[in-house]
Design a protein around this ligand. Structure first.
Ligand SMILES: [Zn+2]
Ligand SMILES: [Zn+2]
Length: 68
């Protein structure tokens, strides 16, 4: 279990990624990358705006996108 020093949220799982900017948790690095795509200014996109969906743990998931 990891815990963010900024928001205090904890998360588990080897592939789970927590964004240090927007404090959103993603189920894997592909979902994380999707929300950072085009973020040249350092700002994150919201998970909804890049088509991610929350899984049963509340982690945003890219598995329904055509990345695979
Ligand atoms: Zn972010
Ligand atoms: Zn955080």
């Amino acid at each position: 279990m990891h815990r963010c020093s900024k928001c205090g949220k904890g998360w588990g799982g080897l592939r789970t990624c927590h964004c240090w900017e927007c404090c959103v948790t993603f189920s894997d690095v592909r979902a994380f990358d999707a929300h950072r795509k085009g973020a040249r200014s350092g700002k994150c996109r919201t998970p909804e705006s890049v088509g991610l969906v929350p899984n049963q743990f509340g982690y945003w998931n890219s598995s329904d996108l055509n990345f695979q």
